[in-house]
Design a protein around this ligand. Structure first.
Ligand code: ZN
Length: 281
């Protein structure tokens, strides 16, 4: 780390030690877990256009194509493990330094690292919701049903997006069978917020509460490109709450933040919020 970053990290460490930190995390926190951040400097532009709610619900062929790709993508997302960044956040919470955790990620890795009461703005890929009856079921169960319904399906994904969608030749999708809700026969959808959908109001309210009651808003791995994340920074600024951003690459939160650390999260985060031991000197 260069000297400027070392000085910033030292100051951020003091802010975290004061407690009352609300974390807002984005895709950049999960890249070290093998989930690409298509907006970050290492991620290329997203491959293909993202599924919209309107297409998913209105076009059975697009839905079939989605499930085939997503079924493959889940092998990566579902098998991903939390990294040092997720573990640092969980450790701060355990130490009583956190006011709350808000995430834009749908990978569940904060919880896998031990964090509790995480506000998942965009939902979680590990849950499936029935659009007919609203029943929630585990993704693993759907995975087993899709495996049974598609015994010969051996397509291999060439690239994966952080929303679990993958790139796949259309030829490999032929004949992929989608399964429906076992309770009502309704359409099943990952319990995540698609483009064209709004984040459920209760989640937004809870997230604004966690921002408004914080001493420091700490943004981890989000370029804040979309307003769904940037609005929390704007709220913090309006309420005079300190904003720190740790992100690899350019962030649109830069004009509003009290501190921006442009460095790998896996290097910075493990050094924060720890009581120094003899081994550190
Ligand atoms: Zn149902």
């Amino acid at each position: 780390m260069d000297l400027q970053v070392v000085e910033q990290v030292t100051r951020l460490d003091e802010w975290i030690a004061e407690g009352g930190v609300t974390v807002l995390s984005g895709a950049g926190l999960s890249t070290d877990s093998g989930i690409p951040d298509y907006r970050g400097p290492s991620g290329s532009a997203r491959r293909g256009s993202p599924m919209t709610y309107q297409t998913f619900t209105g076009d059975p062929i697009a839905r079939r194509r989605y499930w085939a790709r997503s079924h493959l993508g889940w092998r990566t997302i579902g098998g991903a493990l939390p990294n040092d960044g997720h573990r640092a956040v969980a450790r701060w919470q355990e130490s009583g330094l956190l006011n709350g955790v808000i995430t834009q990620n749908v990978d569940g890795l904060h919880q896998a690292a031990g964090a509790r009461d995480v506000v998942e703005l965009h939902g979680n890929l590990a849950r499936i919701v029935c659009l007919g009856c609203g029943e929630l079921t585990p993704r693993a169960e759907l995975g087993r049903r899709l495996d049974l319904a598609n015994p010969g399906f051996a397509a291999v994904a060439t690239a994966i997006n952080p929303d679990g969608d993958v790139e796949l030749d259309d030829a490999e999708l032929t004949g992929f069978a989608v399964v429906d809700c076992r309770t009502c026969g309704g359409v099943l959808k990952p319990d995540v917020v698609y483009f064209g959908e709004t984040v459920p109001a209760g989640r937004v309210t809870r997230a604004f509460e966690l921002v408004g009651s914080a001493r420091t808003l700490l943004v981890l791995g989000s370029s804040l490109t979309v307003m769904s994340g940037r609005r929390f920074v704007l709220r913090a600024v309006k309420e005079g709450i300190r904003v720190a951003i740790v992100n690899r690459g350019v962030t649109r939160g830069e004009p509003y933040a009290d501190m921006v650390i442009d460095a790998p999260l896996g290097v910075v985060l493990p050094n924060l919020g720890r009581t120094p031991t003899a081994a550190d000197f």
